[in-house]
Each structure stands twice: as C-alpha cells, then as structure tokens.
Design a protein around this ligand. Structure first.
Ligand SMILES: CSCC[C@H](NC=O)C(=O)O
Length: 164
C-alpha cells in the first residue's frame, strides 16, 4: 500500500528497531509500493519515511545507470532529452541491513531527501559491504559502489535516526 511521506523531524529521528519476518508482507511491501509510486522523484527510502521505525530500506539500483545516461546526454548537448526519472524497476529491498566493511576512502556530496527541504552535504564511503535479509528472508551479503552505495548509506543513516 502506498503510504504518506513523513516530514516531521522528531519522527524521522527515532531509531529503527530490527525487522521480523512478518514485516515482509506489511511494512516492507508498503515501502516498495511507496518508493515505486515516487520513483519519478526519489531513489531510496527508509521505513522511517513512511512512519515505521523498523530497519527496512528500499533502494533504486538503476538510479546510477540513469544518472550516467543523463550525464552522457548532457555532454552530447542533449540536456533535457535525458530521462532521469525511474519507473520503479530495479528496486532492492533490505531488511536489517548492517555494514560488514566500508571503503577507507570517502567523498563529500550534496544530497536531497523527500522528507526534507533543500540539499545538504554528506560524507560517503566509496563502497560498502552489507549483510541483510531479502524479501524471502534469505541472508545476503553484497558489496555496492557508486550511487547505489551512496543511497544505501543515506537510507541506513535514516534507520539510525541520522538526517543529512
Ligand atoms: C543520494 S541518496 C538520496 C536518497 C533520497 N531519499 C531519501 O531517503 C532521495 O532523494 O531519493
């Protein structure tokens, strides 16, 4: 079910509790539905953003490819023609994500957030390795780099009650 986006900072700062298997069909599915419904303007979402302080995030893994295509089009003088809005495909859902490794190198980047106004600078690792449960409650371990890693860090910060 598509949920309303929370913009109350007091609610957004509540730290998430661990999710349980029963959350898959409820909060996790709602989060996917809500990110899909906002995929034209949002590339990642944490359950806090729909008012549930559970450790669940959804990530648009195709955002990086779209951003690169848009940059290439801009370089070729095709700005405006490049479609950067997602269509809800390639969404990755993670329950109880935890870092197992982070790149020593970091970079500063300006980020926005659907729950907040404006953009703010955040410090991000170039890559992160994460263990999590998937929508089948299977344990997964994966390394992510680039924009996907950045989105994961932004959303995992949300779970810790940290805002950009
Ligand atoms: C670069 S990470 C930004 C993620 C952000 N979503 C909010 O949690 C968004 O603007 O979609």
């Amino acid at each position: 079910m598509v949920k309303e986006i929370i913009r109350d900072v007091n609610l957004l700062q509540i730290k998430a509790e661990d999710a349980v298997k029963e959350d898959i069909d409820g909060v996790a599915q709602d989060l996917l539905d809500t990110l899909q419904a906002n995929s034209h303007r949002c590339i990642g979402m944490a359950a806090n953003m729909i008012g549930i302080a559970k450790a669940i995030i959804a990530v648009d893994t195709q955002a990086e490819a779209r951003a690169m295509a848009a940059n290439a089009a801009q370089g070729a003088g095709m700005a405006g023609l490049a479609a950067t809005a997602g269509n809800g495909e390639g969404l990755l859902l993670m329950l109880n994500p935890r870092y197992t490794k982070k790149s020593p190198r970091t970079y500063s980047v300006k980020e926005g957030c659907l729950s907040l106004s404006g953009e703010r600078v955040a410090e991000r690792h170039q890559w992160v390795e994460v263990i999590y449960r998937d929508m089948q409650w299977q344990k997964r371990k994966q390394r992510f780099a680039g924009l996907t890693a950045e989105i994961i860090q932004h959303e995992m910060d949300h779970l810790a009650g940290i805002l950009i």
